[in-house]
Ligand binder design. Sequence first.
Ligand code: AMP
Ligand code: MG
Length: 371
Amino acid sequence: MKNFGFQRKESAFCCNLFFTILSLVLMVGGLLTGCGQNNAPSALAADTASQNTSATSESYSMELFAMDTVMTLTAYGDSAQAAIEVSAAEIQRLEQLFSTNLEDSDIARLNQDKQAQLPDEAISVLQKAVQLYQDTNGAFDITLYPIIKAWGFTTENYRIPTSEELQQFLQHTGIDCITLDVDIGMVQLTDAQTEIDLGGIVKGYASDRVIQQMASYGVQSAVISLGGNVQTLGTKPDGSLWRVGIQDPDAPDECIGVVETANQAVITSGPYQRYFIGEDGTRYHHIIDPQKGVPAESGLSSVTIVSDSGILADGLSTALFVMGAERALQYWQQRRADFDTILITNDRQIIITAGLADCFQSEYDYYVFGE
Ligand code: AMP
Ligand code: MG
């Protein structure tokens, strides 16, 4: 691997401790999607010892299926149940607004009609997506939807589009195909072939909203997993940090490390989360390189973002995966106040950025980038 100025950390992590955590992970794996479930996204709350699936005087948990994935919400305290019920309704509301799977969602209608008057909330999510496109030099691009459909990721009728087809599609992508009039809440897709898909950020936005809802109900301690994308509110009820397991991209039933955190989102993108195998044995996954229209091959096998903001963490996990390690670390140097990252390369090198140096643990050696 190219040396970007890493500090190598020999694992000081006690193996026994790791396996203790791993057993906890496996114990709760069925409850909070993550290591232990095939094809599940890659982070989970690894250490939520007092969780349960029903109400107790201290905690309340709910599992639901929305946005094409399993979600688990757990909150502690007197208002836990009310906060979770309102959060579940909030998730359904957001799905109705943003999901391209639902024919009558606001975004599906925009794709069909090419223009729509949208609520302020949708406009601000679209603004965020546009900003991410600009900030990441187009690595995060919500206009790839026709390409994602052509590969069959929306229907699971998988196929490999021809390069001529992809070249055609690529003429109708890019942020110039979207016009936002923020003042009147109007969005236009200026190219008749353009369609958008917020799949790269919507779960992160939803987790921000759920955490806000819970806080507004007076909840001080909560952990949610939206398809493996974890976000936490406060600390655990006993005041200790949440422990979020990071899936091993080569063995998604196992964890490659643990992040200790409070009040943050821990969101991972990786090719193992959604893919198909072609006739020649090649794996084709769902994170698309916007330059080429094909699954991004950037030398990374997963990217985790740790941030105060769920929407940013979600958008950047997708974007940094497309960028590859070198560009991703350069990007982090410019934006290090906003997030930290864990990059795992195809040859199983683990690189964490400096902000995680004191809160990442692994049984494997890893590199710390930055100071
Ligand atoms: P994530 O799991 O957050 O990495 O998001 C992946 C999803 O985002 C895919 O299933 C697509 O719906 C969409 N997507 C794929 N490639 C990109 C990209 N380069 N930029 C933005 N969204 C993308
Ligand atoms: Mg994402």
